[in-house]
Design a protein around this ligand. Structure first.
Ligand code: 7RM
Length: 613
C-alpha cells in the first residue's frame, strides 16, 4: 500500500477521498499548479462536522462519541446522536449571534466537552476556528485574536487544573480591553467562579442554547475552504497562523487515525493532548470522530489529585488505545512505579507518543510498565504544519525500534538531505525533507504568503523543510534528531527563542536577553535565559523570580525559564547576532564546541562560563 501511495498518490488518495461523505463529489484529486500551495479534492463540497457526526447517525447513533471526565471526577458522556444534536444547536446559536461562513472564531477553553462542540459547531457554520491553548496569557490571546481578525470568542468562566479553577473568562476580558473587533464572547459555565460581564458583548452558552429552535444544517464547504487556523512558533517574529483547509486535512486525519491506531469498532481511545494543540485537533476531534470512535477526554492535570490519575482513568473507562507525550512518560517514570501497579491496565492494546523525540529508556519503560510488554508503541512524528501523522510505525506491521519513528505514512515521501539538498547516505545525519505534496499539508501562513514560502520551501527548492534533523538507518527507519532552528520544544510544545526573549526585554530591568534550550529530564528541553540587566542589580534572586512571573504573564506558564543567568554582555558575532549555539553549550555546562571565530569578544564567553579571564 505504501509503495502504491507514493508511486500513484492521486490514485491512492482518490480512493481514500471517496470514502468521505461528500455533499458534491470532487472532480480532481490534486492540483499542484500553484505550488507550494496545494489544492486537494477540488470541485467537491463537504462539511467536516458532517464527516464527524451526521454520517454516523445511521449506524452509530447510540455509540458513545465522548466519555469525558473532569478533574474533580465528574463524568459526562455523549453518544453520536447527542453530540450531533449539541453541535447542530450551538451552530444555530452562533448563527443567531451573527456568525457567518468565513468569519473567524477564537476558542479559549478548558478541556470540557463544549470545547469539542465549539470546534465542530464552527466547522458546521463554515467559520474557521482558531483554538488558543487555555494556558496562554491575555497578551497571547490578544495577538492571536487580532492577527486572525476573529469576531467571536468562545470561552468558559473557568476550568479545573491542579485542584484550582483557572479564570479563563478573566484572561479573555483582559485580552479584549480596548479592542472593538469582537462582537460576541460566548461563555460556558464550568468553574462556577465569578466573572465580569460586558453587556451586549458577553452571553452565556446555556442561554444561547435554550433559545435555539432549529439546529443548523452543515454548510456545504469547498474542499479548499479554510477549516482552521492554529498558531505555532517559528524561529523568528510572531507566531504563525498555520492554515488548514477542509478536505485534504480531513482525509489525512481520517486515514492516519484509522491505520496508525489500528482503530476497531469497540476501541476506547484516549489522546491526552489538549485540543489547544494540533494533536488535539487531529487526534481528539477530527480524526477519531471521522472514524466513529469512542473518545475519552480528560479536563485536568495528569497527577491531580494523585500520581496514578491517568492509570485510574484508563482502568475506569476501559481505555484500549492510549496516546501521550514523552514528557508525560518521563514524569510518570519519576513518580514511581507503585502508582501504576494499583491499576488494571490489561485492556490497553496500543500505545502512542508524539511531540518530541522519545529517549529509548522512556520508550522501554512505557512498553514494560504501561504496555505490559504486549502493546506496540507508535512513535508518531508530525507537526502543526503537516496536519497529521507523517512518520510512524504501523502497529503489527512494522518492527518498532525504541527511539525511532520508523517509516513514512501512506502518501509521505520523506528523505534526508545535506546542506545542498542532496540525499545523504543511510546512517548519516541531515535535514529531514518531504518530497511530494500530501493532503493534510498546510496551505499557508495566515496573512503572510511570503513567510510561508520562505520558511518551508526556500531552503531546498521544491522540497518541504519541516525544520528537523534526521537520520535514516539501513532498514529505512527514520530517527528524528530535533529542531535545527531556534525553536524550543518544551514538553512537546513549540516556542521560539524570540518570543521568550521579547517577553524578557519588555521588563523594565532588562536590557537584553538570549534564550536557549537545555536538556531536561522531564520536559525534554527547559529554558535557560541569559539576561543583561539595565543597571546593577541588588537582589538577583528577587529579579529572577520577578522575570519568571513576567514571562508567565506575557506568554503563559509553559514559557517560564527554568534558569536565568545574569551577565554583563552576550556573545555576539561581529555583525551583532547573538550566538545562541555557544550559549547552548554554556547552559548545559559543556565544552564550547564548534567555530568561535566569528565571536566578537572572547572574554564574554569566558565570563559566562565562570573562567577568570
Ligand atoms: C504534533 C506536534 C512539531 C515538532 C516537530 C519535531 C517535534 C513531534 C515528534 C517530534 C521527534 C516525534 N506538532 N516532534 N513529534 N520529534 N519524534 N515523534 O508536536 O507543531 O507542536 O511540533 O515537534 O521537532 O517539528 S508541533
Amino acid at each position: 500500500m505504501h509503495r502504491r501511495s507514493v508511486e500513484d498518490p492521486e490514485g491512492f488518495w482518490g480512493e481514500i477521498g471517496r470514502e468521505l461523505p461528500w455533499i458534491e463529489p470532487f472532480t480532481e484529486v490534486l492540483d499542484w499548479s500553484e505550488a507550494p500551495v496545494a489544492k486537494w479534492f477540488t470541485g467537491g463540497k463537504l462539511n467536516a462536522s458532517a464527516i464527524c457526526l451526521d454520517q454516523h447517525l445511521a449506524l452509530r447513533g447510540e455509540k458513545k462519541a465522548i466519555i469525558w471526565e473532569g478533574e474533580p471526577g465528574d463524568v459526562r458522556e455523549f453518544t453520536y446522536r447527542e453530540l450531533h444534536a449539541e453541535v447542530g444547536k450551538f451552530a444555530a446559536a452562533l448563527k443567531a449571534r451573527g456568525l457567518k461562513k468565513g468569519d473567524r472564531v477564537a476558542i479559549y477553553m478548558p478541556m470540557i466537552p463544549e470545547l469539542t462542540v465549539a470546534v465542530l459547531a464552527c466547522a458546521r457554520v463554515g467559520a474557521p476556528h482558531s483554538v488558543i491553548f487555555g494556558g496562554f496569557s491575555a497578551q497571547a490571546i490578544r495577538d492571536r485574536v487580532e492577527d486572525g481578525d476573529c469576531s467571536v470568542v468562545i470561552t468558559a468562566d473557568g476550568g479545573w487544573r491542579r485542584g484550582k479553577v483557572l479564570p479563563l473568562k478573566q484572561e479573555v476580558d483582559a485580552a479584549l480591553e480596548g479592542y472593538e473587533g469582537v462582537h460576541s464572547v460566548v461563555c460556558v459555565r464550568r468553574g462556577e467562579n465569578e466573572v465580569a460581564w460586558t453587556e451586549g458583548r458577553d452571553c452565556w452558552y446555556h442561554e444561547l442554547m435554550d433559545a435555539v429552535e432549529e439546529p443548523a444544517a452543515p454548510e456545504p464547504m469547498d474542499s479548499e475552504d479554510v477549516l482552521f487556523l492554529l498558531y505555532t512558533s517559528g524561529s523568528t517574529g510572531k507566531p504563525k497562523g498555520i492554515v488548514h483547509t477542509t478536505a485534504g486535512y480531513m482525509a489525512g486525519a481520517y486515514l492516519s487515525t484509522r491505520y496508525v491506531f489500528d482503530l476497531r469498532e469497540d476501541d476506547v481511545y484516549w489522546c491526552t493532548a489538549d485540543v489547544g494543540w494540533v494533536t488535539g485537533h487531529s487526534y481528539i476531534v477530527y480524526g477519531p470522530l471521522a472514524n466513529g470512535a469512542t473518545v475519552v477526554m480528560y479536563e485536568g492535570a495528569p497527577t491531580t489529585p494523585h500520581p496514578g490519575r491517568f492509570w485510574e482513568l484508563c482502568e475506569k473507562h476501559g481505555v484500549t488505545i492510549f496516546y501521550t507525550a514523552p514528557t508525560a512518560i518521563r514524569t510518570f517514570m519519576r513518580l514511581g512505579d507503585e502508582h501504576i501497579a494499583e491499576h488494571d491496565l490489561s485492556k490497553l492494546r496500543l500505545l502512542g507518543t508524539v511531540g518530541e523525540p522519545i529517549n529509548p529508556e522512556a520508550w522501554i519503560w512505557y512498553h514494560k510498565l504501561i504496555g505490559g510488554e504486549r502493546c506496540p508503541i507508535v512513535d508518531t512524528w508530525w507537526q502543526t504544519e503537516t496536519g497529521g501523522i507523517m512518520i510512524s510505525p504501523l502497529p503489527g506491521v512494522q518492527v518498532t525500534k525504541p527511539g525511532s519513528a520508523t517509516r513514512p505514512f501512506f502518501g509521505v515521501d520523506a528523505g534526508v538531505v545535506d546542506e545542498q539538498g542532496q540525499p545523504v547516505e543511510d546512517g548519516k545525519g541531515g535535514y529531514l525533507v518531504i518530497k511530494k505534496p500530501w493532503p493534510g499539508m498546510l496551505r499557508g501562513i495566515w496573512g503572510d504568503e511570503e513567510r510561508f514560502k520562505e520558511t518551508y520551501w526556500s531552503k531546498f527548492p521544491g522540497l518541504y523543510f519541516p525544520g528537523d534533523g534526521a537520520v535514516r538507518d539501513e532498514d529505512g527507519c527514520f530517527w528524528i534528531l530535533g529542531r535545527v532552528d531556534d525553536v524550543l520544544n518544551i514538553s512537546g510544545h513549540r516556542l521560539s527563542t524570540m518570543e521568550v526573549e521579547s517577553a524578557l526585554v519588555s521588563h523594565p530591568s532588562v536590557a537584553e536577553a538570549a534564550v536557549v534550550g537545555m536538556p531536561d529530564e522531564v520536559t525534554g528541553e527547559a529554558i535557560c535565559a541569559f539576561v543583561t540587566p539595565r543597571k546593577e542589580i541588588e537582589d538577583p534572586d528577587a529579579l529572577e523570580k520577578e522575570l519568571i512571573i513576567h514571562v508567565a504573564n506575557e506568554i503563559g506558564k509553559l514559557a517560564r525559564p527554568k534558569e536565568i543567568r545574569f551577565t554583563d554582555a552576550l556573545p555576539k558575532t561581529r555583525s551583532g547576532k547573538i550566538m545562541r549555539r555557544l550559549l547552548r553549550d554554556v547552559a548545559k555546562g559543556a565544552e564550547i564546541a564548534g567555530d568561535t571565530t566569528t565571536l566578537e569578544d572572547y572574554t564574554v564567553l569566558a565570563k559566562l562560563r565562570g573562567d577568570e579571564a
